[in-house]
Design a protein around this ligand. Structure first.
Ligand code: IPT
Length: 953
């Protein structure tokens, strides 16, 4: 019995890699229910698997395509960088779950003679295939197709297809991406008739220059190309020039549809004319610079893993387009081929990445890393070949990525040579080899803002091991820069998206950036109480595991957009709208489109209430240019805080969004009027003996409690010991302040001063606090002064430099409060470094709706720049708080302590009270879970703070 799985060869018996296409030749999908049996070792059920006579009636049934670990067998495993098996290449442990699959099928009547091919679009990680007892061969390379010629083996009826799939194979050494290990036949299986005189493979070259296009199609047999719309009929191997064509771009994905026919077969063609070049250190497409506003997309579905259906792919693309995303890096493997067809049609720039990652060799000091070992050369090259051959005809694919996080090695030179020879029309990207010799881009992951700025100026320090002014150093500096990962979207965040975008838009060297990452890889599970939740690596009970690091997407696993995606949409919007003097300044940031497809509308709000609105006529304005339009004539008699909002919306429905969809907006304050405050009775204030405010008018409350801590976000926790701010807060005790009040003075009949001190046990550090209450006509005015005291440098415990995440106070309020109305930024949550998407306005929301259910509970739901807020609830007096001028507020039914303690959103239960935080400020969010430290300007240094507010009921 053959056992291929530990052999480093990429496969055997397979046909040559070729393009994926749609043709009129008969095709028989073999997806459906297959017989299935799982064994513990690579030998599976033994040698009788392919035997047609084997009785498999008592075997289970499994859905194909799927991952068996999501169909009730074995278990999914998640590791980030670690191999879940010993580094002992190319061998694997004996414990190696192996799925044996069997399918009986007949050919449909009329299945033509000629050749028949059996195709697998994706098998993880190694599949050995037999038909009617005959061994066809095997293949590795999980996210790539393979085919066998079954002519003469397949029969009209009573076929038995048998497939043995090992969970671990030599191929697993090349597939150490940061994702779930999900074995199985997880993409389509099909039988393809290859007609006599059919076309096996073809290459389309459709280039564009200055309005005209050049088209050629080469194929393995002579054929005819027809593009009716262009009046074209020509033969394969010819090159035709078309005087006037519209180019293909992500912004206007113009496809020219036609056919390629040979005597026995007609293939659908969708030509997109475009030319990708690097000139003068810049990436140009169709002669103009482009900026990728991108995301890294893994294939993920919480129930089906990487087995995605077409509707889910469309959903991803629609969500991307609606959030102004124009580019996808297919992290970290070629996607299902249908996804690329959809990218051609909807318009997304694609960096197609090869299924290569050997990250786990980091634990071997990169000793024996496959790209540097001759043993792996064929396997690595095979992966590049299968990607390029499969995807070469997609206009959306504009860059080939050689792989991810695989160090350096000679194999990348081999891959480079192969791709340049086969496809000189697309540049190559590879980030991890510091020489960048095999890359047409300089590229990094997760640089700080300052480092990015230097890169923009081509003034970056050379990577380690590269000598200044060496050939590699000089060449790299001349390359365009592609930021392949940034803004780690784990939990609440990422912060600084607008800061990054400002830099990316400032230097010609940049061709764009890809947020890490598109979607949280949570796997759906139901707990014993029937509640659905999402598992991460730490929920599996297997070591090692990458814990929560797979929950770092802009979408929750069910594809609900997170606040981070809303912020990204704003940060990367293709139209800038600002107000300058008497003008609305509209900056067209598209690379290709003019503004003709957009309509502009404006609204004027006074204290958040709509007072006037209209449309704005914006003259058509070409890509990458600016127009100034006179401001709409506003009534200048408005009293209050006046904001003008201008929106750019789709004038007509696009394929991916209805007419009226908001593409971009800008807001500007008009005049300097302050918001009006309702006249209020002050309400009698009652204080406890120790100086807490316990009653205001008819409202019983309790507070203020000095609060300098928040439930850590994933980004506050940093990455291991790096940037572990939350650990420092806890080390010095910011999360467990004890309070002393009670020095109460009454300097006059309307004033009460409460002095105190707050700090943690065992420490001298803390803040001296002074609360000064003044009874005024519009309410109870509260001034808070906080002065640091004690040893904040923590000399006793090793010089931690701690900055508090919050500077504020907390009140406990009756649980009957249910709704908040506020004037400030909203409606979503906002933070110091993440509030571009939150418009100034007046909002009302249920307290329950103010919570963002991050899969791992953590700080959420803050609102910066709040002018005032009102809490209301059945039978309760409305509590109003006015900032002087602004506050951050958070309102929730549980405390920050409960938020930290919870493991899942459903662990959070109503405490019976509403906890209202009224903060002078909170620190920013950042993206330090895998990225640079939070910039200083978004932190709260230890210093004196004062702020005030007015409370009324
Ligand atoms: C980077 C990986 O490329 C990506 O797959 C993911 O693991 C990401 O980090 C973190 O979520 S690699 C890292 C060493 C920067």
């Amino acid at each position: 019995m053959v056992d291929f799985h530990e052999d480093p060869v990429p496969g055997s018996g397979r046909r040559a890699a070729r393009a994926d296409f749609v043709s009129d030749a008969p095709r028989l999908p073999l997806n459906g229910r297959w017989r299935f049996r799982l064994s513990d070792t690579a030998g599976g059920t033994g040698p009788s698997l392919p035997d047609p006579a084997l009785d498999d009636t008592d075997w289970d049934d499994i859905r194909v395509p799927s991952h068996w670990v999501l169909e009730g067998y074995d278990r999914p495993l998640y590791t980030n960088t670690a191999y879940p098996f010993p580094i002992d290449p190319p061998y694997l442990p004996d414990d190696n779950a192996t799925g044996d699959y069997r399918l009986r099928f007949d050919l449909p009547s009329g299945w033509p003679g000629g050749r028949t091919v059996l195709r697998f679009q994706g098998v993880d990680s190694c599949g050995t295939v037999w038909l009617n007892g005959e061994l066809l061969g095997h293949s590795k390379g999980s996210r790539l197709p393979f085919e066998f010629d079954v002519t003469g083996v397949v029969r009209p009826a009573g076929n038995l297809l048998a497939v043995r799939v090992q969970r671990w194979s030599s191929g697993s050494y090349l597939e150490d991406q940061d994702m779930w290990w999900l074995p199985g036949i997880f993409r389509d299986v099909e039988l393809l008739s290859r007609p006599v005189d059919g076309i096996d493979d073809f290459t389309v070259r459709a280039s564009y220059r200055d309005g005209s296009g050049t088209l050629s199609v080469t194929a393995d047999v002579p054929g005819t190309v027809e593009i009716p719309e262009l009046g074209l009929v020509f033969g394969t191997g010819e090159r035709v020039t078309i005087d006037r064509v519209e180019p293909w771009s992500a912004e206007r994905p113009r496809l020219y549809r036609g056919t390629l026919s040979a005597a026995g077969e007609t293939i659908e063609l969708a030509a997109g004319f475009r030319t990708v070049e690097i000139i003068g250190g810049r990436l140009l497409i169709n002669g103009v610079p482009v900026l990728f506003r991108g995301v890294n997309r893994h294939e993920h579905d919480p129930d089906r893993g990487r087995s995605l259906d077409r509707d889910t792919m469309i959903r991803d693309i629609e969500l991307m387009k609606r959030h102004n995303v124009n580019a996808v890096r297919t992290a970290h493997y070629p996607p299902h081929p249908e996804f690329l067809r959809l990218c051609d049609e909807y318009g997304l720039w694609v960096v197609d990445e090869c299924d290569i990652e050997t990250h786990g060799f980091i634990y071997a000091g990169w000793e024996g890393n496959p790209p540097g070992e001759p043993m792996w050369r064929d396997a690595l090259l095979d992966r590049a070949r299968r990607m390029v051959e499969r995807d070469k005809n997609h206009p959306s694919v504009v860059v080939w990525s050689l792989g991810n996080e695989s160090g350096a090695g000679a194999a990348f030179g081999d891959i480079e040579r192969y791709i340049r020879h086969r496809d000189p029309t697309r540049p190559l990207h590879y980030e991890r080899d510091p020489s960048y010799r095999h890359s047409d881009f300089h590229s990094l992951m997760y640089p700080s803002l300052d480092d990015l700025e230097r890169i923009g100026q081509r003034k970056e320090d050379p990577p380690e091991g590269v000598l200044p002014e060496s050939d590699d150093d000089v060449r790299r500096r001349g390359l365009p820069f592609l930021l392949c990962e940034y803004a780690h979207a784990m939990g609440n965040g990422p912060g600084s998206l607008a800061d990054y975008q400002a830099i990316l838009e400032s230097y010609e060297r940049f061709c764009g950036a890809f947020v890490w990452e598109w979607i949280d890889h949570g796997l759906a599970e139901v707990d014993s109480l029937g509640r659905r939740y999402y598992r991460h690596g730490g929920d599996i009970g297997y070591q090692p595991n990458g814990e929560r690091f797979c929950l770092d997407g802009l979408l929750f696993p069910d594809r609900t957009p997170s606040p981070g995606l809303g912020e990204l949409r704003k940060a990367i919007e293709p139209v800038g709208i600002a107000v300058d003097g008497g003008f609305v300044v509209v900056t067209n940031k598209y690379d290709v489109l003019s503004l003709g497809h957009l309509a502009f509308r404006w609204r004027a709000e006074v204290d958040g209430v709509l007072e006037d609105e209209g449309t704005l006529t914006v003259p058509d304005c070409p890509a990458r240019s600016v127009v100034r339009v006179p401001l709409p004539a506003l009534d200048h008699g408005f009293e209050g805080e006046v904001w003008l909002t201008v929106e750019a919306v789709l004038a007509e429905a696009a394929r991916w969004a209805p007419a009226g969809h908001v593409v971009a907006f800008g807001q500007a304050r008009s005049g300097s009027g302050a918001h009006r405050r309702p006249a209020r009775a002050p309400g009698r204030a009652v204080f406890s003996a120790d100086g807490r405010l316990v009653r205001l008018g008819d409202l019983e409350l309790d507070g203020p409690v000095f609060d300098v801590w928040r439930a850590p976000t994933e980004n506050d926790r940093g990455q291991g010991p790096r940037n572990a701010l939350a650990a420092d807060w806890e080390a010095v005790g910011l999360d467990r302040f004890l309070h002393r009040r009670g020095e109460i003075e009454r300097p006059d009949g309307d004033t009460i001063v409460v002095r105190g001190r707050s700090g943690p046990a065992t420490r001298t550090l803390g803040f001296r606090t002074t609360y000064t209450y003044r009874r005024r006509d519009d309410g109870l005015h509260l001034l808070i002064e906080a002065d640091p005291v004690g040893d904040w440098d923590d000399t006793a415990y090793g010089h931690l430099t701690v900055s508090p995440p919050r500077m504020g106070v907390r009140f406990a309020l009756p649980g009957g409060y249910s709704e908040v109305t506020w004037f400030g930024r909203g409606p979503g949550e906002s933070y110091a470094d993440s509030h571009a998407a939150a418009r100034v306005g007046r909002y009302t929301a249920a307290i329950d709706a103010l919570q963002t259910p991050y899969l791992v509970p953590q700080e959420n739901g803050n609102h910066v720049e709040t002018r005032w807020l009102e809490l209301s609830g059945q039978g309760l007096p409305t509590l109003r708080v006015d900032g002087e001028p602004h506050l951050d507020f958070t309102a929730r039914r549980w405390t920050s302590e409960a938020l930290r303690a919870a493991r899942r959103p459903h662990d959070l239960t109503d405490s019976g009270r509403v906890w209202l935080n009224l903060d002078h400020a909170q620190q920013g969010i950042g993206s330090a879970s895998c990225g640079p430290a939070l910039p200083e300007r978004y932190r709260l240094p230890v210093r004196r703070y004062t702020w005030s507010m007015t409370l009324s009921v």
